[in-house]
Design a protein around this ligand. Structure first.
Ligand code: FEO
Length: 395
C-alpha cells in the first residue's frame, strides 16, 4: 500500500514488523525494520530502490497496482545490498530493458550478486536526471556510508534527499513519518544504527556532511531506506550525525563482563559502586555480555567516556563472549575513549592483561593497571574493587 511523501512522490516499500535479526544474525532488530522504496511520478516515472528478496513478489504486485510497470522510465539503485536490491531480479524479469542509474561500484555489486547484464547507467556526484515538470534527480556518491557503492539522490523542486542507509534506523513504524513515531524508540534506534554500523566510517562521514552542507541544497525531507521519513525538522538527524561522528561521548561509564561462578560479577558490581560513590553525577551501566544483546551493549559503549571490561581467566585467556565483543569493538574503530580491565582467576590470571592489550590496540587509553583477584572476592577484595572504581571515576 503506497503512502504519499510529497506531491507526486510515494512510499512503495515494505514494513517488516517481525524481523529480529539483520545482516545474518549480526545486528538485533528488536523493533523490526522497513525497506523503503519510493516511486516518483513526474513526467517521467522513476523507482528509487526496491525491497529485500523475501518480499519481492508482494513488492512487485503492489507496484503493479500503483503504476503500469511498463511506464517506469528508470530505476535508481542507491545501494546494491540485498535489503534494497533484492527485488530487482523479479522486477527486471518483467521490464528487462529499463535503465538502472547507480554508481560504478553498484554495478559490480549487482552483477556480482545477480549475474545479469542489465541496462546500467553509471553516475557520479553532480550527475543528474531530468524527470520533467522542471524537476531533476541529482546524484551524490556516499562512498563508505556505508558501503563503497552507496549513493544518495536529491530531488529538486520537492527538496527530498533519498539518503538510503544514511540517517536510517531499524524501526518498523506503520505511521512512517518521524513526527508520528515514538520519539524514544526513534532516537534509540537511530543511535544504535549509527553506533553499530557507521562508526568505523566517521572520517568519511565528516567529509560527506561538509560536502552536502557546501552544496547548499534546501532539504525539506530526508527519505531513508530504513525506518522513518524525516519530514519534521529533517536537519535534526544531520546535526545528530555531525555530533556522533565527532568522537561522541556522554558522561557515562559502561562496565561489561562475563563470569563463571560470579566472582568477576561481584567485582563488576563493586567497581560500579565505587565509581558512583566517587562521582554521583556519572551514569554507570553494567552488563553481563553472555546475557545481553551485543548491539545494545555496543550502543552503551558508544555513549561512554570510559569502559571497564571484565573476564575470569580460562586456559590462560578471557572468555569467548568477551573476546568476541572486543573483536567487534576493535572493528568499530571508536576514538577518544578510556578503558580499564578486571577479572577473577584461580590459577594463572592472564585475562585482565590480555583484555587491556587488546583494548589498547583497539584505540582505547588505559587509565589503570588491570585489577586481578585470586579466587572469590572476600571483603577486602570487594573494597579493592570499590577503590578501583573510585580511581576510575577520577581518571
Ligand atoms: Fe540497508 Fe546497506 O543496506
Amino acid at each position: 500500500m503506497h503512502k504519499k511523501i510529497r506531491n507526486n512522490v510515494y512510499w512503495v516499500g515494505q514494513i517488516d514488523t517481525e524481523l529480529r535479526q539483520f545482516h545474518g544474525s549480526d545486528y538485533s532488530t528488536h523493533k523490526g525494520s522497513s525497506y523503503n522504496s519510493y516511486l516518483v511520478k513526474e513526467e517521467k516515472t522513476i523507482l528509487i530502490d526496491t525491497v529485500w528478496k523475501p518480499y519481492a513478489d508482494i513488492f512487485v504486485k503492489n507496484l503493479a497496482g500503483e503504476v503500469d510497470l511498463n511506464s517506469i522510465d528508470a530505476i535508481v539503485v542507491n545501494h546494491g545490498e540485498v535489503d534494497h536490491s533484492g527485488s530487482l531480479p523479479r522486477l527486471m524479469e518483467l521490464i528487462p530493458d529499463v535503465p538502472i542509474y547507480c554508481t560504478a561500484k553498484a554495478v559490480d555489486s549487482l552483477t556480482g550478486q545477480y549475474h545479469q547484464k542489465w541496462n546500467f547507467h553509471t553516475v557520479k556526484t553532480g550527475d543528474s536526471l531530468d524527470i520533467g515538470n522542471g524537476k531533476k534527480l541529482v546524484f551524490v556518491e556516499m562512498t563508505m556510508l556505508h558501503w563503497p557503492d552507496s549513493m544518495a539522490t536529491y530531488m529538486t523542486g520537492d527538496n527530498i534527499l533519498f539518503s538510503n542507509d544514511a540517517f536510517g534506523q531499524h524501526y518498523a513504524t506503520s505511521t512512517l513519518f518521524n513526527d508520528l513515531a515514538d520519539q524514544c524508540v526513534l532516537e534509540y534506534e537511530a543511535l544504535k544504527y549509527f553506533a553499530n554500523i557507521l562508526t568505523p566510517f566517521n572520517a568519511f562521514l565528516k567529509r560527506k556532511l561538509a560536502e552536502i552542507i557546501a552544496l547548499n541544497l534546501p532539504i525539506d525531507i530526508i527519505a531513508t531506506s530504513h525506518g522513518v521519513v524525516w519530514r519534521d525538522n529533517p536537519m535534526q538527524i544531520v546535526e545528530k550525525y555531525a555530533a556522533w561522528c565527532d568522537d561522541y561521548q556522554e558522561n557515562q561509564v559502561t562496565i561489561f563482563y562475563d563470569t563463571m561462578w560470579d566472582g568477576t560479577r561481584t567485582l563488576a558490581d563493586n567497581i560500579a559502586a565505587g565509581i558512583v560513590e566517587a562521582d554521583p553525577t556519572v551514569t554507570v551501566k553494567v552488563y553481563n555480555l553472555a546475557k545481553t544483546d551485543k548491539n545494545d551493549v555496543m550502543t552503551e559503549v558508544f555513549k561512554s567516556k570510559l569502559i571497564v571490561a571484565g573476564s575470569p581467566t580460562v586456559v590462560n585467556d578471557m572468555l569467548g563472549s568477551v573476546a568476541g565483543f572486543l573483536h567487534f569493538l576493535k572493528e568499530l574503530k571508536m576514538k577518544g575513549k578510556k578503558a580499564a580491565t578486571f577479572g577473577c582467576y584461580g590459577w594463572t590470571g592472564e585475562a585482565p592483561k590480555k583484555m587491556a592489550e587488546y583494548l589498547e590496540k583497539a584505540g582505547f587509553s588505559l587509565v589503570d593497571e588491570p585489577l586481578r583477584n585470586n579466587w572469590n572476592p572476600d571483603g577486602d577484595a570487594c573494597e579493592s574493587a570499590r577503590e578501583f572504581g573510585r580511581r576510575l571515576a577520577k581518571a
